[in-house]
Design a protein around this ligand. Structure first.
Ligand SMILES: *[C@@H]1O[C@H](CO)[C@@H](O)[C@H](O)[C@H]1NC(C)=O
Ligand SMILES: *[C@@H]1O[C@H](CO)[C@@H](O)[C@H](O)[C@H]1NC(C)=O
Ligand SMILES: *[C@@H]1O[C@H](CO)[C@@H](O)[C@H](O)[C@H]1NC(C)=O
Ligand SMILES: *[C@@H]1O[C@H](CO)[C@@H](O)[C@H](O)[C@H]1NC(C)=O
Ligand SMILES: *[C@@H]1O[C@H](CO)[C@@H](O)[C@H](O)[C@H]1NC(C)=O
Ligand SMILES: *[C@@H]1O[C@H](CO)[C@@H](O)[C@H](O)[C@H]1NC(C)=O
Length: 230
């Protein structure tokens, strides 16, 4: 196999992306696994604070509903892997979320879906420019397929969130967890595609930005589903 400087540089960049995403996934897995949460005292303190916040009776005056709801989002986002992205993305929807844990799941899922759709259209534009090398086109095309799969999984998840009323609630929640995790794996597979191929670094960087945005927002959504939906 050919190894030259450019290839090494490209591999290095992609490895950085993959490391990023693996870090996100390992954080998610530790958030899912109840037994690992208490080993991290920061996390335990935060979860405790969130539970207290949720259990408090919130009777805000009309003038500061929004602020109260924004505070709820800030507190909830504090425990996610990407707190500032979480707050920035969700705070405009404060009055919609209303300090309701399930609405928080719904809205964060919808925003992950929105990010995936905009990633899909950005990637589609890159493909239309028609100036990619054959290899680059193949890698970007595969990535496009992965992001489309993510969109399907996020849509299925949102549908299932509307179907939590019956006896199958636990089953539906576990489906949502599976689909949202699969969606993150798809984002990772997309980045993996650049690993073995010699794709120019400008394109790799561009794709990294596009896919990381989706992966981070989806990771935040999964955190809320694992912790707020039961
Ligand atoms: C994990 O937490 C959920 C909800 O808080 C609970 O129903 C479940 O029994 C817990 N699982 C373990 C292994 O402790
Ligand atoms: C606990 O989690 C926080 C934030 O998630 C992290 O900064 C810290 O390093 C963790 N501590 C340990 C002991 O893992
Ligand atoms: C809402 O308003 C009340 C009284 O005006 C005040 O005591 C409370 O701190 C305010 N809450 C927030 C979150 O701003
Ligand atoms: C977020 O967590 C930090 C410590 O990890 C804490 O100091 C801060 O008050 C928390 N913020 C909110 C809004 O809960
Ligand atoms: C393809 O064209 C766009 C502008 O149309 C440019 O930004 C991009 O760098 C080009 N990509 C390659 C691989 O030449
Ligand atoms: C969550 O969204 C679904 C539709 O996607 C809806 O049917 C359901 O009522 C929503 N749940 C809450 C708590 O808003």
């Amino acid at each position: 196999m050919e190894t030259n400087y450019t290839l090494k540089l490209a591999s290095y960049k992609v490895l950085t992306i993959v490391a990023f995403i693996l870090l996100a996934i390992s954080n998610i897995i530790s958030a899912c696994d109840n037994s690992t949460i208490p080993t991290n005292s920061t996390q335990t303190k935060n979860d405790y604070a969130a539970t207290n916040y949720r259990n408090k009776t919130i009777i805000p005056s009309k003038s500061n509903y929004t602020q109260t709801f924004k505070n709820y989002i800030k507190t909830s986002c504090n425990f996610t892997t990407y707190p500032s992205i979480c707050y920035k993305t969700l705070s405009p929807y404060a009055t919609k979320i209303e300090a309701d844990p399930l609405k928080l799941c719904n809205v964060s899922l919808s925003l992950a879906l929105k990010a995936a759709k905009s990633a899909s259209s950005a990637i589609s534009k890159i493909l239309k420019k028609n100036n990619l090398t054959e290899i680059a086109e193949q890698v970007v095309q595969d990535c496009f397929g992965n992001v489309k799969d993510s969109i399907g999984e996020l849509k299925d998840s949102l549908d299932a969130m509307g179907d939590l009323g019956g006896v199958d609630r636990k089953f539906q929640i576990s489906n949502v967890q599976t689909w949202v995790s699969a969606s993150i794996t798809n984002d990772q597979t997309c980045s993996d595609g650049f690993d073995e191929m010699n794709v120019d670094s400008t394109l790799t960087d561009k794709m990294r930005k596009i896919v990381l945005d989706v992966a981070r927002k989806t990771s935040n959504a999964l955190y809320f589903i694992n912790n707020n939906a039961y």
